[in-house]
Design a binder for this molecule. Structure first.
Ligand SMILES: O=P(O)(O)OC[C@H]1O[C@H](OP(=O)(O)OP(=O)(O)O)[C@H](O)[C@@H]1O
Ligand code: HPA
Length: 180
């Protein structure tokens, strides 16, 4: 059972559903009348993306990119690699990057710089979790769901070594699992 590796439940299913409702309503108001493209960053954002997009009430496109910097472990390699790029031309579109977690900020700062070169009219970020204490690359995040402590986070799409993404809530992982 994956639940056995949970140290502490940090954000419950109910709280996550409420947060998606709140963020979806804000985004719908802020982007009314704009050409909005949600860009989900695989794989961590899949659960958040699917719950959030159902709460957005204005027309929008959805796109996915896959980038990686963490390899299979708990420490970032420091190098961001694009494994899957956008499918559509985003010239003149308002991009809203949908991320599960911001930690050092390396992934998002790389992505924002990259998307700027693709002619977007605007680039905003909605990030469910912010591990503020760990930031090395300062990056403005338009919408933040929750601040989380400097622990290894799992669940609601977020993995450790590709496991625990299917945990339906956000939790911290027992140290003995990632310090093995
Ligand atoms: O702020 P940073 O230190 O860059 O860390 C945040 C990034 O790390 C995780 O992705 P990961 O590379 O583990 O890929 P995944 O989404 O497939 O789990 C997460 O989804 C963010 O994209
Ligand atoms: O705490 C985390 N958990 C999983 N993936 C991550 N990527 C950055 N920080 C984390």
């Amino acid at each position: 059972m994956i639940e056995n590796d949970v140290k502490e439940v940090l954000i419950s299913r109910e709280e996550l559903a409420d947060k998606c409702r709140e963020l979806g309503a804000k985004i719908s108001r802020d982007f009314e009348g704009k050409d909005l493209v949600l860009v989900g960053i695989l794989k961590g954002s899949v659960v958040f993306m699917t719950d959030l997009m159902k709460e957005i009430t204005i027309p929008c496109n959805i796109e996915f990119m896959e980038v990686s910097s963490y390899g299979t472990g708990a420490v970032s390699s420091g190098v961001v690699k694009i494994n899957k790029d956008l499918d559509m031309d985003i010239t003149g579109k308002n991009i809203l990057i949908v991320e599960d977690i911001i930690d050092t900020g390396l992934t998002l700062s790389y992505l924002v710089n990259y998307l700027k070169t693709r002619g977007a009219a605007g680039i905003d970020i909605v990030c469910l979790l912010d591990k503020k204490e760990r930031r090395t690359n300062d990056i403005p995040v338009t919408y933040v769901g929750y601040e989380v402590p400097d622990e290894f986070i799992i669940g609601y799409g977020i993995d450790y070594a590709e496991k625990y993404r299917n945990l339906p809530y956000v939790a911290s992982l027992k140290e003995e699992i990632y310090q093995k």
